[in-house]
Write a protein that binds this ligand. Structure first.
Ligand SMILES: NC(=O)c1ccc[n+]([C@@H]2O[C@H](COP(=O)([O-])OP(=O)(O)OC[C@H]3O[C@@H](n4cnc5c(N)ncnc54)[C@H](OP(=O)(O)O)[C@@H]3O)[C@@H](O)[C@H]2O)c1
Length: 229
């Protein structure tokens, strides 16, 4: 049984992804900060939930070091924790910028930097980061500058990890969702055409593929999961 760590587990994408990986037979180590969307998972023996502030470097480092010694091998990690904020460049303060970098980058960095060493030692590992379209189509980032910059760090970080892992069976992948069809997006964008959005389930399928042996030959992958948009 492969062991997978999932952050942002209680979120819109997280809860669906947890279910997908449990059903696929993984041992799931879920990390959430708050919330209660994971009640269904207590039925599964191969599920563990941990409360952790991923932006706290000391807490994140201690947690992952302990998890590695407890579970022996962690085969994959999906870094779903993150969030959005509006604000064009004129309205973006240093505080706004730091908040977004903490939310979208630090929450992935502190765990993954330690997990990456573990995976290199094992010569096996799959790290999956969740980007956004805006760093790839920057005109979409004009009204969300701090968000776009913070997500852009993940793209470069992924490339750095892949460069260091060359020749090893360790990969870092970027999954880039379009607008995800969630309750909160529907509530905030009443007039949008939801049929063009991508479902959390479709994104979870892509992540399951990345963590499966079917993706073994793939390297340096960026998966644009835009739905019909
Ligand atoms: N929704 C979209 O349309 C969309 C589009 C493109 C990309 N994305 C990206 O896709 C990912 C998932 O989106 P989503 O809609 O599922 O978001 P979500 O429902 O807001 O879930 C994100 C989760 O991350 C957790 N989190 C945030 N900071 C944390 C921290 N410091 N420590 C621990 N947990 C923390 C949140 O916990 P709390 O509830 O406690 O804050 C929340 O449960 C995010 O990275 C997002 O940026 C989303």
């Amino acid at each position: 049984m492969k062991t997978i760590l999932i952050t942002g587990a209680n979120g819109n994408l997280g809860a669906v992804t947890v279910r997908k990986f449990l059903d696929a037979g993984y041992k799931v180590i879920a990390i959430a900060r708050s919330g209660s969307e994971l009640g269904f998972a207590s039925e599964y023996k191969n599920f563990e939930l941990h409360q952790l502030d991923l932006a706290d470097e000391n807490a994140a480092s201690s947690f992952i070091t302990e998890a590695i010694s407890l579970y022996g091998t962690i085969h994959g990690a999906l870094f779903l924790a993150g969030g959005f904020a509006m604000g064009d460049v004129s309205k973006t303060s240093g505080t706004d910028l730091k908040k977004m970098i903490s939310l979208n980058f630090e929450t992935a960095f502190y765990l993954s930097k330690i997990l990456f060493q573990h995976m290199l030692q094992n010569n096996y590992g799959r790290l999956v980061f969740i980007g956004a379209r805006a760093p790839l189509k920057v005109e979409q980032g004009i009204s969300a500058v701090a968000y776009t910059l913070s997500k852009s760090l993940l793209f470069t970080y992924t490339e750095i990890l892949n460069a260091e892992a060359k020749g090893k069976n360790v990969t870092a992948s970027m999954v880039v969702p379009g607008t995800i069809d969630t309750k909160s997006n529907r509530a905030s964008m009443h007039n949008a055409d939801y049929t063009k959005w991508v479902s959390p389930d479709a994104i979870a399928n892509v992540m399951e593929f990345i963590c499966s042996d079917k993706s073994l030959p793939l390297r340096e992958a960026v998966y644009k999961v835009y739905g019909d948009a």
